[in-house]
Design a protein around this ligand. Structure first.
Ligand SMILES: Cc1cc2nc3c(=O)[nH]c(=O)nc-3n(C[C@H](O)[C@H](O)[C@H](O)COP(=O)(O)OP(=O)(O)OC[C@H]3O[C@@H](n4cnc5c(N)ncnc54)[C@H](O)[C@@H]3O)c2cc1C
Length: 224
């Protein structure tokens, strides 16, 4: 799968308009919401989905949702002509995908409580070590072809996963934290005393985050 091409395809569907900007705050505007952007402009919407990964709890309405940052880096190498690489995705401690346009992608490092996105030699080396465990014959074939894997000859990309404390996604309406604390107070003392109350939510405000390492798989089941 080419994620960028998929996103571009989805954006080209009828009824979709893309506005890019950093949302700094959300405030009530009538029955909907006003999104304040970092460049000073604002957008109004009747429904808002917060889908900003590990930064999703930076808004007043979501600040109480705990989120952990988990750094990850993938490594990329251009395969020499004589080496083809795997024909299927291979997953073990890490994963390696079939080469795309001659470039093999493998990884990914997993560094909890780290939100940095610089590409580092340390993470490349972890990915090489993991690939050597998963597909030793491939690493040897690259060495025999005169292209031994080394952090110096790898490309890559680093980004940040978002995780919740119990590693399940946050998906649905955004809870009103003060109301939940009062309504479900008993649960903090006795987990068997479940109050017969529906939680209160911010109307028109939704969240989709904490997809961890499996966002592409989760997006199919989360809507249910
Ligand atoms: C190295 C690496 C490899 C991975 N490999 C896989 C894989 O093979 N398969 C898989 O399923 N998952 C994989 N994942 C996990 C996957 O990337 C995530 O699960 C998925 O991207 C989560 O999607 P998301 O939309 O919640 O967050 P993201 O894709 O992180 O998107 C969040 C977006 O919010 C934007 N944003 C943040 N704050 C604001 C703001 N204030 N205003 C406006 N925009 C904002 C960001 O710029 C970003 O574009 C990998 C993750 C990493 C780091």
């Amino acid at each position: 799968m080419r994620p960028k091409a998929l996103c571009e395809h989805l954006l080209n569907q009828p009824g979709i308009t893309l506005h890019q900007g950093d949302v700094t705050s959300l405030t009530r505007k009538g029955a909907g919401w006003r999104l304040q952007l970092a460049d000073g402009s604002a957008l109004d919407a009747d429904q808002v989905v917060i889908a900003s990964a590990h930064q999703a709890n930076r808004f007043a309405q979501t600040v109480e949702l705990p989120l952990q940052s988990v750094r990850g880096q993938i490594s990329e190498v251009t395969l020499p002509d004589k080496v083809t690489g795997p024909h299927r995705v291979v997953c073990a401690g890490g994963y390696v995908a079939p080469a795309l346009d001659g470039v093999l992608t493998f990884g990914a490092s997993f560094v909890p409580n780290n939100a940095s996105t610089d590409v580092t030699d340390d993470d490349h080396q972890r990915n090489i070590d993991e690939l050597r465990l998963t597909l030793p014959a491939l690493v040897e074939a690259l060495e025999l072809a005169g292209n031994p894997l080394s952090p110096d000859n790898l490309g890559g990309r680093a980004a940040v996963r978002a995780a919740s404390p119990d590693k399940t996604p946050y998906a649905g309406p955004v809870p009103v934290a003060e109301a939940w604390r009062a309504d479900y107070l008993l649960l903090s003392k006795d987990a068997t005393r479940v109050p017969n109350k529906r939680g209160e939510h911010h109307s028109g405000l939704w969240i989709s985050t904490a997809h961890g390492s499996q966002g592409w798989r989760a997006h199919r089941c989360v809507p249910r």
